[in-house]
Design a protein around this ligand. Structure first.
Ligand code: KG4
Ligand code: ZN
Length: 348
């Protein structure tokens, strides 16, 4: 095949990911996670994450090459997440990618982490529909993006335009905080998802953020989850005061419903308002089973197609970086220089 062989490196948070793709074909997706080391702190500790990336980098690159059945020298381009994310963690990936690019004499492509959460889907479902509306929901971000060119995502008007975002907590952050409140392990999203299956999603009527008529005037496509988190905390405290047991499954299911209801409603409203017929959902929270089901159910009624990568590709990984890197190569984008900075607050 003459499609480019691209190696992608992801280190924006606690996952050391190395992915290898040929064009839109996934060849390897090696991930080493330091999540266990953070669990007892109830959140990711930046210094611990950076050190873990350093230790995992070379073995993870090796593992990806072995799985793909290639030698490093076969790689045509190196892609790396250069933001947004934890500064020290990003630096490890960026420095490693530069070392590879320099020593192999191959071009380097700096990739936006948020855009790569959307681009990864083409490894599973084929070329991205453009324009499309992307709902990006992760531990650090929650936004609605109008995508006309996924490779141009660094600044307004360049292909990925933000229509709205959370004004406080990210959706994943809300899942993690509510899980902690319910005594579930970190990161809490997958645990809420699992526990909620045994619960009643209409048991408790938790608030839908920024959904009143007045809020919609100024924040039609924005999200807010901190009020919801507080409402769950108050509800649980009130129940504990009565000495009755907390119905964990019902709380989890009702909370999850409040989050997914707002995410899906606003995403479909944004797509409809732009006349866009394809909704892409990406980021760790896109692994949520209720979010996936609700999006498909409601989108079908509007004639909108929904694409969500399989759960393993939703959470942070290297394949997503390689996927967007390969797309940058395919669309002839200018490679980054070896001065490429890590930018912890890189906008989409
Ligand atoms: O995209 P990601 O792996 O890392 C960031 O870029 O932030 O997202 C991690 C977030 C965490 O908050 C985690 O709890 C959440 O995604 N998450 C989920 C599920 N799986 C992961 N949230 C809800 N349901 C899930 N099944
Ligand atoms: Zn992410």
């Amino acid at each position: 095949s003459d499609e480019p062989l691209v190696l992608g490196i992801e280190t924006s948070c606690d996952e050391t990911g190395v992915g290898i793709v040929r064009g839109t074909t996934l060849l390897a997706d090696a991930v080493a996670s330091s999540v266990e080391e953070h669990a007892r702190f109830g959140g990711v500790v930046p210094e611990v994450a950076s050190r873990a990336h350093l230790e995992a980098m070379v073995p993870t690159i090796q593992r990806a090459c072995d799985t793909a059945g290639i030698a490093l020298a076969d790689v045509d381009a190196i892609a790396v997440t250069h933001g947004p994310g934890l500064a020290g963690a990003l630096l490890v990936g960026v420095a490693s990618a530069k070392a590879l690019a320099l020593s192999l004499g191959r071009p380097l492509y700096g990739v936006n982490h948020l855009a790569s959460h959307v681009a990864v889907d083409q490894l599973e479902h084929g070329p991205l529909p453009e324009p499309c509306l992307a709902l990006l929901v992760s531990g650090g971000h929650s936004s609605l993006l109008r995508v006309t060119d996924i490779t141009g995502g660094e600044g307004p008007g360049l292909g990925v335009d933000p229509m709205g975002a959370t004004i406080d907590d990210a959706a994943g952050e809300a899942f993690d905080k509510v899980a902690r409140l319910l005594g579930l392990p970190f990161p809490g999203g997958p645990h809420i998802d699992r526990v909620a299956r045994e619960g009643d999603q209409v048991a408790i009527d938790f608030p839908r953020g920024l959904s009143s008529r007045r809020d919609l005037e100024r924040h039609r496509f924005d999200f807010s989850f901190s009020g919801l988190k507080t409402a769950v905390a108050r509800w649980v405290e009130a129940r504990e005061r009565t000495g009755e047991p907390v119905p964990v499954a019902d709380v989890a299911a009702s909370f999850q419903e409040a989050v997914c209801d707002v995410l899906v409603r606003k995403a479909l409203d944004a797509a409809s308002s732009e006349g866009i017929e394809d909704l892409m959902i990406g980021g760790g929270v896109a692994a949520n089973s209720r979010l996936r089901a609700l999006a498909e159910e409601r989108a079908a009624k509007l004639g909108i197609r929904v694409r969500v990568p399989r759960p393993g590709l939703c959470t942070d990984n290297g394949a997503m970086v390689a996927a967007l890197g390969a797309e940058m190569v395919a669309r002839g984008r200018t490679p980054s220089s070896l001065d490429l900075p890590a930018d912890s607050s890189l906008p989409v």
